[in-house]
Design a protein around this ligand. Structure first.
Ligand code: SF4
Length: 313
């Protein structure tokens, strides 16, 4: 059995807005195993990026803990917090905004190593070439600038920069969403190859359920700040929660029959400032019954490694 590398324990994040509270994440619980990919999916505003930012210590949670190496990393400060970034790195959707446009690629990928004094300036050129080979980019890219590269090449540089410190966990926040489909596939292939070689753990945040299901070992589906279903990636077809099933029905496929209607979700997403009592999915769910409006369903294990938050189960 794989070893748990990180425990997200009952994490809640509330933001204050005009004397009210917006609940971005509500009591999230997730164990992440070493060397696996956990896909976190859901529509925009479901809280998945807020969760990623709490794992990265960009946001502090309102309550709960994130345990890594036997300590709650949400409480880290100063040098301890800085050292924690060695272990947990992030790749963003838009690398161009994360890069200094005046820096050459070699400097961009070696900057974290210099900051942590892991290499000397004199070693930078050789290390940059080694890192570029790792992400299958030509060595002469060290002297290029970000604007000289294509979107896919820039994302490889972003992955390379994240890899430089040899982290144990990489959080990918919509890391392939801005790329063409063919480039997206190549980046995913690269991530999978690197995972096999280095036993990296990925937390892959994405709105595209079809993409996530291709390579995630486990998937957590989020709706309005809640995890509503957790399931093994290869069992996604057996998903039970009405929201996950609706997402699956909305996936386009080359095999779709031309005359078949694509089912879409009806009803509006409630405002996170004014969440209904009971199940957060109630006003869009065709199975909604009285209890759904009174009691919020708890996430229950209905079969091995399969958890659902729904009164139908
Ligand atoms: Fe639908 Fe009720 Fe299940 Fe919520 S708890 S998803 S409203 S059936």
């Amino acid at each position: 059995m794989s070893k748990v590398i990180m425990q997200v324990k009952n994490i809640t994040k509330k933001f204050s807005a005009n004397n009210r509270f917006l609940t971005a994440c509500d009591n999230i619980h997730l164990n992440i195993n070493a060397g696996e990919t956990v896909g976190i999916v859901g529509e925009s505003g479901c809280g998945k990026s807020t969760l990623a930012k709490m794992i990265m210590n960009i946001y502090k949670p309102t309550s709960g803990e994130i345990i890594y190496h036997n300590q709650d990393i949400t409480k880290l400060k100063g040098e301890d917090l800085r050292q924690n970034y060695r272990h947990i790195q992030m790749v963003f959707q838009d690398p161009i905004s994360a890069f200094n446009p005046k820096m050459k690629i070699g400097n961009i990928i070696c900057e974290p190593l210099l900051n942590f004094k892991s290499i000397k300036k004199s070693q930078m050129k050789e290390k940059a070439k080694e890192l570029l080979r790792l992400v299958e980019l030509p060595e002469d890219f060290i002297d290029r600038y970000p604007h000289n590269l294509s979107g896919g090449q820039r994302q490889r540089v972003a992955i390379d920069r994240a890899l430089a410190l040899e982290p144990k966990i990489i959080v990918c926040d919509e890391a392939t969403s801005a790329l063409d489909v063919s480039v997206q596939a190549k980046i995913i292939e690269l991530l999978v190859k690197l995972q096999r070689e280095k036993n990296i753990t990925y937390i892959f945040i994405c709105h595209d359920l079809a993409l996530v299901s291709l390579f995630s070992h486990r998937i957590a589906v989020m709706y309005l700040g809640n995890i509503v279903e957790k399931i093994d990636g290869d069992k996604l077809i057996k998903a039970k929660h009405p929201y996950t099933k609706a997402l699956l029905k909305a996936v386009f496929s080359l095999n779709n029959e031309q005359n078949k209607n694509i089912e879409t979700l009806s009803g509006d997403i409630p405002s996170p400032l004014d969440l209904p009592k009971g199940c957060p999915f109630q006003n869009r769910c065709k199975y909604c019954k009285d209890i759904c409006k009174q009691e919020k369903p708890k996430l229950k294990e209905i079969s091995v490694n399969h958890h659902v938050a729904c009164h139908l189960f």
